[in-house]
Design a protein around this ligand. Sequence first.
Ligand code: ZN
Length: 466
Amino acid sequence: MIAYFPEPYQDELAYSLFARYYMRSGFATVRDVMAELYVNRWYRADTLFFNKLLPEAVEIMTKHMTIKQFVEKHTMFPYYARFIEQDRRKRALESLINMDGNYHNLLPIPKGKSGRFLRYCPMCVKEDREKYGETFWHRAHQMDGINICSRHACRLIDSGVPIGVKQSSGLESAEQAVRDADIIYLYDSREKEMAEYVTAVFWSDMNYTNDKVGTFLRGKIDEKYVSANGIVNKITELYKGYTEYFSSIPDHMDLQRFQKIYNGYRWNSYEICQLALLEGITAKELVSFKTSDEEIMEETYRKISQEYNIDYYTVAAIGKTILNDYYRKSRVQKKSGIQMHKWEQMDLEILPQVQQLIEWVNNNLEERPVKICAYWACRQLKITTKQMDNLPRCKAEIKKYKESQEHYWAREIIWAVNQVDNAGIELCWKKVRELTNIRKHNYVAALSYVKEMTDTTKYERIRQLI
Ligand SMILES: [Zn+2]
């Protein structure tokens, strides 16, 4: 039973919360505490996200927030997911909520980078201890690219706790892992500006409706780099401006990466924030950007125009014609969509009638057997076979009872024999023939089924009739 589970601090990593629980739980080994939290006690603890939790652990975690909030506020999800394609962003969130582990494939988390450790700010440690009596792992200290604390502007310090599922094993709390360290205030004003900007973006609420940040950023490029039809024709000059702006920060993108962001092939939070900062976009604007369909289409026209060296206005004219034509068609499709909906409803409504009908004929031993087929059902339900074609559920139900002609004849023969027996009349071929209208060679063909459907005595009587 999980007892005295700590409340998460603001911006605390889920890993930190579990580590603090371990510290105060009194468990002898980390495996014992993991057995209580995780579905597998041999998991390597995920430092930036969290492993598959037991239902009881989920219940405790979600006492004061939803699991979605837990993902958004206590893992690195916003850092890696914020700018990726909308669909991927939603799927990554689902994956984390469902704890299926697939988020690793969906989020652009730098892989294979060994030597990365959870970091801390010595000033934050001091403050946390004063305020809460202990410190914890802050999410904002774990953003790749940012090496200073945005609040105190001092250098972040590597702990000995490795990041990444492959390296980590235990649950080490920050309180145990941090060492006394010198506070180093060696930073550049641009670096500080970036740290504040990236943190503000990271802490903002997630948005799942916007898409194409590259197109958005491209739309904000200073006019002097852009030609009359919107093509960025001075990309090297633009890039030069970028390297100059961030010249005091050692790591910046090469020209290729720089272009990839504008073209929508890179989604790195840090790099996107750099470009946004360069373009004078506020953090608030960046997290709530919107790209209209028109802007996205214009972007596509520009790409085609450049790629095939065709005049932009020609490409745009062709594109608009195709789109108009397509929308006209989709309007027609919409209409048929309503029609589809009607069929769907009819299918669901008629299905119970079909089932009832089949049950009734199969249980009614007095009446002559019925061969269950779509044609028969249509006649009973008073609908056309063409209408039946639009009712997949009903069709499938009928198909379940599909039988060969010989099988059906066998049922007819047995029914006829029962009729004769019940009437107390002597059984003879002529009587059966009268009731079933069956030909002799068909009667013979049905015998193997009769054998399966009835007892030996009756079968012998039937077989000997001809
Ligand atoms: Zn700090």
